[in-house]
Design a protein around this ligand. Structure first.
Ligand code: SF4
Length: 329
């Protein structure tokens, strides 16, 4: 059962009176209890996708085509008050830098208790009790005492645990984790990712895990969506993607990573860089960096199924029957 379903999504930005498509024809879904990792270099549209799902686009951006459905609610058609409730109760969010999600002048306990009162209608006393239980669940030691501590009194890893407690407080259907461990040291990264796995399974939440790190994908995701220049270029199970990547960009990403724990922002072996939004090519947006580029690639390729399972799809003319011939003919 899908918790999140994104169907033919286009998100556009207006810059200097001109409309640019920051996301083009994105379709994906996240099932209950499943983790979908979204990967790609910086500027590939991963965070724009997260913002589109959360209804938190900047004023110059809007969903201009397609649908985002979260637990039967159509996000692109929802009012701001409905979205506020959805963000508080149905979507949990964990970002790279926990301090940005926390209020420095409120105790961490008060911050966790607040949505419990606002969205679940708990009394002050009940919310305090539930907040302490949540702090224990995310393994913050001496939770009852630390309820009264301020964010600056916690380490980076403990702060991220507070943010996770806040994110799961109202038992959301979807957890969006955008580079949740990038700012943390390696041991703490593993603990936080294991904690997210445990909570996702226990709470039957779907998780959209946005990451630069292919080691995180290999160890913590069920399926993976590879993005490039605002396009979803390949979608597969983690096993299929690592075993037989089909898109030239996915292949280059994996070939560039002798060790899966390397970060995609460090890639040097794919010449060039992701084009700026105002300079995106019309057709396949990878064309300037692709060793297989051909005439046909000046038009946008369709997304087609490849391999053994229907769950593996790729957006590239090389995989369209007759695509290569037509280009050469
Ligand atoms: Fe390369 Fe063409 Fe495929 Fe794009 S569509 S990845 S340019 S072969």
């Amino acid at each position: 059962m899908s918790v999140l379903s994104v169907d033919n999504l286009r998100t556009s930005l207006v810059i200097g009176g001109v409309e640019y498509h920051a996301l083009r024809e994105i379709s994906l879904s996240v099932a209950e209890g499943e983790t979908l990792a979204v990967v790609g270099e910086s500027g590939c549209g991963k965070s724009m996708l997260a913002m589109s799902v959360m209804g938190l686009l900047p004023s110059v951006a809007a969903i201009t085509m397609g649908h985002v459905t979260l637990d039967a609610v159509q996000i692109e058609a929802a009012s701001e008050s409905v979205m506020e409730h959805i963000r508080g109760a149905k979507i949990g969010m964990v970002f790279q830098e926990p301090m940005t999600a926390l209020n420095p002048v409120l105790t961490v306990g008060e911050q966790i208790a607040e949505p419990l009162r606002d969205h679940l209608g708990l009394s002050k006393r009940e919310a305090r009790k539930a907040a302490v239980a949540l702090m224990e669940k995310v393994r913050i030691p001496a939770a009852a005492t630390r309820y009264n501590s301020y964010p600056h009194e916690f380490s980076g890893g403990m702060r991220q645990r507070v943010v996770i407690a806040l994110a799961i407080a109202c038992r959301p259907r979807l957890l969006i984790a955008d580079e949740p461990t990038t700012a943390l040291d390696v041991t703490v990264q593993r603990q936080i990712l294991d904690l997210l796995d445990m909570l996702r399974t226990e709470g039957k939440m779907g998780m959209l895990l946005i990451t630069h790190n292919l080691g995180t994908v290999a160890g913590h995701a069920d399926r993976v969506a590879v993005m490039y220049g605002g396009d979803l270029v390949e979608s597969a199970t983690v096993k299929e993607l690592f075993r037989s990547p089909a898109h030239p960009y996915s292949r280059a990403l994996l070939a560039s990573l002798p060790r899966v724990d390397r970060d995609l922002s460090e890639l040097a072996s794919i010449p060039g860089r992701v084009p700026a939004l105002i300079n995106m090519p019309e057709g396949c947006r990878f064309i300037d960096r692709c060793p297989h580029a051909m005439e046909r690639c000046h038009t946008m390729p369709p997304s087609v199924a490849v391999g053994e399972s229907q769950a593996h799809s790729v957006r590239c003319w090389l995989h369209v029957q007759g695509g290569e011939d037509a280009a050469e003919g």
